[in-house]
Design a protein around this ligand. Structure first.
Ligand code: MG
Length: 160
């Protein structure tokens, strides 16, 4: 078993008026929210895919299919906990994680620290091992037009 494994993840959800917006396990005050089978927590989905990628265990759709009733409206924090259980089973813990969320509006700056704390707690990692960054796309593309939210995640797993 290697001492280190690296993985990356990416996720997108469309935005629509009047839906709740939950990102990084934190409720965001917003006129728009993610259209999704689960709660549409884009950064958590990217993070799960990064962890699964590091483990070479497929992707989030394989483990938590969006065709399954079990996962309808599910709190994505549960998906992250289950993904971490797979990492632990394989003998790994989080070394560090770095996440970028792209959203045109609302501004995420006031929520970043809470997201880091929440994600660190879910992954049993210290807060200083979890980075969350937010960006707009300068009004370019589907994110810039306010049609969707996307997130990228990179994780380093360390042998537990
Ligand atoms: Mg998703």
């Amino acid at each position: 078993m290697e001492n280190f494994r690296i993985g990356n993840g990416y996720d997108v959800h469309a935005l629509a008026e009047g839906l709740p917006l939950r990102l990084g396990g934190v409720d965001i005050e917003s006129p728009v929210g993610c259209v999704a089978h689960s709660d549409g927590d884009v950064p958590i989905h990217a993070l799960c895919d990064a962890i699964l990628g590091a483990l070479a265990l497929g992707d989030i759709g394989k483990h938590f299919p969006d065709t399954s009733d079990e996962f309808r409206g599910i709190d994505s924090c549960i998906l992250l906990e289950r993904t971490m259980a797979l990492a632990a089973e394989a003998g790994y813990r989080i070394g560090n994680a770095d996440i970028t969320v792209a959203l045109q509006r609302p501004r995420l700056a006031p929520y970043i620290e809470r997201m880091r704390e929440r994600l660190a707690g879910l992954m049993s990692a210290p807060v200083d091992a979890v980075s969350v960054k937010a960006t707009t796309t300068e009004k370019l593309g589907f994110v810039g037009r306010g049609e969707g939210c996307e997130a990228y995640a990179v994780v380093l797993l360390v042998r537990a």
